[in-house]
Design a protein around this ligand. Sequence first.
Ligand SMILES: Cc1ncc(COP(=O)(O)O)c(C=O)c1O
Length: 383
Amino acid sequence: MDVYLDNAATTKLDERVLEKMKPYFTEKYGNASSIHHMGQESSVLLTKCKEEIAKRINGDPDNIIFTAGGTESNNMILKGVARANQGKGKHILVSSIEHASVLKPAEQLKKEGFDVELIPVNSGGFVELDQIKKMIRPETILISVMTVNNEIGTIQPVEQIARFARKNGIYFHTDAVQAIPYKDIDIKDWNVDFLSLSAHKFYGPKGVGLAYIDRKINIEPQVIGGGQEYGLRGGTYNLPSIVGMTEALKLIYQEKDEYINRVFELSQYLWKRIKEEIDEVAINGDPGNRTPNNLNVMFRRIEGEAILMDLSTKGICVSTGSACSAINLKASGVLQAIGLEDYHLNSNIRFSLGKFTTKEEIDYTVSCLVDTVKRLRSFTPIK
Ligand SMILES: Cc1ncc(COP(=O)(O)O)c(C=O)c1O
């Protein structure tokens, strides 16, 4: 049986989204920057996509810049905002549990002379406003805190932080790549200046996302060329993918309630069975205030990588953390940040459920997991 429990890494494209995209590859393929009628039809559609997305996230369509995904959006915002606003100050605060696509640009800015500080999180995996209050300075220009963490699913108090940042004249960015559909994004109510999204996390195509950028704020473009996206991001518009992202967002919001209930029930069921059938397990991160699709579990005394590989031979896809730390095989910075002891850092598995997950798949996963853990523990030297 094939079981996919790695929906936080990426999701399967919804067939309805694919159908919607198809004509824009082969029939309606005009370049949205061309003056002729095919180009203009594409341009009108592009505007419509921005309007539709803006309505769903309660933002302004003119502030939507299409990108190649979350990584590009985060790079664009972090570097673009810092470099364009350094006259106001060079202090930047970034949470310690951000995705690498925020942490790496932040490191790069540090090398360029910016004063970048990491905001610690508490043991539940949350950034606390009081901590930020202690860390800001008159020269702080930007705070970046993700909406939902990709490894442990914790939902951050971004509205609270964004309001505080605005009151203090500090720009605020949130990486909301893992938030849809678990938290309703409301740009205006939250008071965020910048936000990142990526379509492949909500059953849309890979390689497309958006950077929401309050265009009243100066930002230095990172990719320049043909002047697309108000000169903020050069490159021919990827219309089929933009149409796909718009459709995926519409569908996920339309089907949100049923979707959330289903993954919640299934993940509760998964945890209940793991707890009942396997000893020495614990949930990483707050058990309550997290997205319902995420279950990050510690299996004491055994390596997460070994569990992952063994489950993979049985057709089951899970992960040990983010796909990026899997490439580097580094211990998870997120689990370190929430205070896990060194000897527990490599004993964790992230199960991330999705809209195609079934109860049969969960039953199969648990039965394989019980065997895998038993076998691995039988020859571990760790007591
Ligand atoms: C929180 C978060 N931010 C950013 C990204 C990067 O998005 P993309 O794969 O679209 O570049 C990911 C993907 O894993 C993520 O989980």
